[in-house]
Design a protein around this ligand. Structure first.
Ligand code: TRP
Length: 447
């Protein structure tokens, strides 16, 4: 008998997957990467990566998860017993820990900004002042860590309340709300003086700016934003029931995820040019730009509060999915109770989070290959572990798995249409793995 938990409704399931995909990756990381990598040129490469590579990996993960009904390691053990393929699953579990660490730091920042807007302190006379406040806060010890604790405890409680009650219910309400507020912010941002220059930066591709670094960053960002490459969608798909139309679900998730990223760009870049901020600020871009926008709106503090609340919630539905990868792994593979597995994950994830947070302050001189710990984890996971994981997921599904089984699972035994199946298989076997390999090899400087 199959006693595995499943998502309750079709909408709930799409919302949970969208909840995983839409998060800090779209609103914080995407503008930051686009700003550092040439704006419009980055956007073009990014969209190409989403459509040609990310979607393919997502569908492959959906297949692996639902066909095996297992966690990211167990899935490979089930579909390819006694082979090395389970290493792809282990790569995912490790990536989950590392991502959990820096993700919880930035999630903590959203709570601080939420708190500041409640107390009415999210005000400054100049951009420099916002910059300074941000620097002072993030380089501290106690405050950022306190927020990580609070955020981790909330995550822990939601994960413990289980798939259906916790994850699904939370996503269903929060995602649509986030969407609405983003659109309001877009309108506000577009009405700022000199907004046009920001739009031009974001949408007008200057192809001479496309370098191997830009391509790798776009690839990494696409995978990060779509939650693919490390078994997150494998884990979620293991909770899908057998009547779900997976190709359609993937398209919905990808569309919404990309839409939110682009909306975030439309909020940030006009404001960047309007306030005379450099788009290449790195992780602080959003936290310096947004308060400026709010300050210029009537009831600014209220808008700021709503926005950072929703951003924190979007971060929550994403980090839950990262947490779930490891929790499901411990639960399924070591037969630990959910409570025990979740506790281990929360504690270890918290430890990584603390180290990441301190790398903005007392550990800022500690560098790995020239990166601070935070930047290093961000770089290694998004630009290396996810693309490589994604590449092996494609090779596994494209070459190892029998095409009849693949087609049967993706079409629910022929009951739903998947017209582009042969295109999908072609991308899966030949295009995606080759392009990912080329980008990674190129970036590592082997050629
Ligand atoms: N996609 C999420 C975001 O954009 C983050 C995330 C959730 C993630 N699960 C993941 C990233 C799995 C990589 C892998 O914020």
């Amino acid at each position: 008998m199959n006693t595995r938990a499943t998502f309750g409704s079709k909408l709930g399931l799409i919302m949970a997957s969208v909840g995983s995909a839409v998060g800090l990756g779209n609103i914080w990381r995407f503008p930051c990467e686009a700003g550092e990598n040439g704006g419009g040129a980055f956007l073009v490469v990014y969209i190409f990566c989403v459509l040609g590579l990310g979607t393919v990996v997502m569908l492959a993960e959906f297949f692996i998860g639902r066909a095996s009904q297992n966690d990211s390691v167990g899935a490979f053990k089930t579909l390819a017993p006694n082979t090395m393929w389970k290493i792809v699953g282990y790569n995912g579990v490790l990536a989950a820990f590392l991502i959990f660490g820096f993700y919880s730091v930035v999630s903590g920042w959203t709570l601080e900004y939420m708190y500041q807007s409640i107390t009415g302190n999210l005000k400054a006379d100049s951009v420099e002042e916002f910059n300074e406040t941000f620097g002072l806060f993030t380089s501290g010890i106690f405050r950022p860590i306190m927020w990580i604790v609070i955020f981790t405890v909330i995550t822990h409680l939601v994960v413990l309340s289980g798939v259906k009650k916790g994850i699904e219910r939370a996503s269903k309400i929060m995602m649509p709300l986030l969407f609405v507020i983003l659109i309001i912010l877009c309108i506000r941002s577009l009405l700022l003086p000199n907004a046009g220059a920001g739009l031009k930066f974001f949408f007008y591709p200057d192809f001479s700016k496309i370098t191997s670094k830009v391509v790798l960053s776009a690839l990494g960002q696409a995978f990060f934003s779509m939650s693919v490459g490390m078994g997150c969608m494998i884990t979620y798909a293991s909770y899908f029931n057998k009547s779900i139309n997976m190709p359609k679900t993937a398209v919905s998730v990808v569309t919404l995820d990309t839409l939110v990223a682009i909306l975030a760009g439309i909020v940030i870049f006009p404001a960047v040019t309007s306030f005379g901020i450099s788009p290449a600020q790195g992780p602080k871009l959003v936290f310096v730009t947004l308060p400026n926008i709010f300050q210029q709106m009537p009831f600014g503090s209220l808008w700021a509060l709503i926005f950072f609340l929703l951003l924190a919630l979007a971060a929550l539905t994403s980090i839950i999915s990262i947490h779930e990868v490891v929790t499901a792994y411990l639960h399924d593979q070591y037969k630990m109770s959910r409570r025990k597995s979740a506790t281990i994950v929360s504690l270890c994830g918290f430890a990584v989070g603390v180290v990441c947070s301190l790398s903005f302050g007392i550990l800022s001189d500690f560098k790995i290959l020239g990166f601070t710990i935070f930047d290093f984890l961000d770089f290694v996971t998004a630009n290396l572990m996810l693309p490589l994981g994604g590449m092996f997921i494609c090779i596994f599904t494209g070459w190892y798995i029998d095409k009849k089984i693949l087609k049967a699972e993706l079409t629910n035994n022929g009951t739903v249409k998947f017209g582009l199946f042969s295109v999908f298989v072609f991308l899966l076997k030949y295009i995606a793995p080759v392009i990912i390999a080329m980008v990674c090899v190129n970036q590592l400087g082997i050629f």
